[in-house]
Design a protein around this ligand. Structure first.
Ligand code: HEM
Length: 345
């Protein structure tokens, strides 16, 4: 791993963090998000059940996480984050008859929309970080974990990404290009993203309080979560200033039943990793998150802290991202960053 940014003699506070150790032979991970959009969770139900069924088919994802949120347009999105460690398996699944029939046959009208945002991420352009070796997120693919001292200093995330040693990951200007005709509505039709800027960055950053005693859950909820929400709202609502192109704050739910689980995550696309790191280093909202986290949780509970933090970061090759939207409102994902949407303000 490159350790270009690590200060000489740096010892991380609280000891090592942990990262996923991918098995020999794995070169890329596919992270595919499938979204169902509807006025209410009940309205989304049948479409969600169809997705649940498809993920269980042969060649399906080895790991499925699910969350939901109400987006800035007031619409419910049920989101499946699906992982494959073999891109060929993902392709076999996506091209299998039931999946093709589902996608080709989706209703382009009515109250329900669907979207996919799929990334095939070479491990050399990727990093994970966990505050403790707990098998959730990509580590939940039953992968071993290993300690790392490359954390607790600025740009540590870059040092955990192998290719950062020789690639500056310079982002390209947005907007995205799509096949949406000029002036047309995104509702009532399929829209494919036809050009994705190179070096787009995506983070899934999560917290899980399933193992935390009630007192720590309350502290997280009352003292840390409000700042987290403020940071999320800033990045969601200020794409030009922040460089954050799309952000969702998802409440974790059981992948099959949809029942509440004790965790949440933000999944956010950025124009480039430099934009994301600038926000993390310079913006008052991440400063507030870090400050609240240290004073409310790390200092009082120290080694007894059971609120788990983890994230995964990917820097995407432009040709390795597939995004498409069926009957989705214009604020959805990449649709909101198309030339027409940007021009419309
Ligand atoms: C709102 C979404 C969030 C995003 C996009 C985000 C992004 C980041 C990024 C990119 C870094 C790495 C900085 C670097 O390596 O230079 C970072 C570090 C960190 N973040 Fe956040 N963060 C978010 C929320 C949170 C929350 C809610 C917490 C705590 C509850 C948190 C705690 C931390 C900590 C402790 C570090 C330092 C990790 C280390 O290297 O030891 N972040 N964050």
């Amino acid at each position: 791993m490159p350790s270009t940014h690590r200060p000489a003699g740096h010892e991380p506070r609280g000891g090592p963090a942990h990262q996923v150790r991918w098995p020999e032979g794995v070169e890329a991970v596919v992270v595919a998000q499938f979204g169902v959009q509807a006025p209410t969770r009940a309205d989304a139900g049948p479409a969600v059940a169809r997705v649940v069924g498809l993920t269980a088919l042969p060649h399906g994802p080895s790991k499925v996480d699910r969350g939901w949120h109400v987006d800035a347009a007031g619409v419910v999105n049920e989101v499946f984050a699906c992982y494959w460690t073999d891109p060929a398996e993902h392709t076999a699944w996506w091209q299998s008859a039931p999946v093709r029939e589902w996608w080709a046959g989706l209703d382009e009208t009515g109250p329900v929309g669907h979207w996919v945002e799929v990334l095939t991420s070479p491990l050399a352009r990727h990093e994970t970080m966990y505050s403790a070796p707990v098998p959730v997120g990509p580590a939940g693919l039953s992968l071993p974990m290993e300690p790392t001292d490359l954390h607790d200093y600025p740009f540590a995330a870059l040092d955990r990404i192998p290719d950062s040693g020789h690639d500056a990951f310079d982002g390209e200007p947005v907007p995205f290009e799509t096949d949406l005709p000029d002036g047309a509505s995104t509702l009532g039709r399929r829209v494919a993203v036809t050009r994705v800027p190179h070096n787009l960055c995506v983070i899934r950053t999560a917290q899980n309080w399933g193992a935390a005693p009630e007192e720590q859950r309350e502290v997280y909820r009352d003292k840390v979560e409000p700042g987290f929400r403020a940071g999320f709202e800033y990045m969601r609502d200020n794409p030009v200033d922040s460089g954050c192109l799309s952000a969702r704050l998802l409440a974790d739910v059981d992948a099959t039943t949809g029942a509440d689980l004790p965790g949440s995550c933000v999944i956010a696309w950025w124009a480039g990793i430099a934009d994301m790191l600038r926000w993390a280093h310079d913006h008052p909202t991440h400063h507030r998150i870090l400050g609240d986290f240290w004073t409310a949780l790390v200092e009082p509970y120290n080694v007894d802290l059971r609120v788990l933090l983890w994230h995964e970061v990917h820097v995407a090759n432009a040709d390795a991202v597939r995004m498409a939207y069926v009957n989705c409102h214009p604020g959805t994902g990449a649709l909101a960053r198309t030339a027409a949407a940007v021009a419309a303000g």
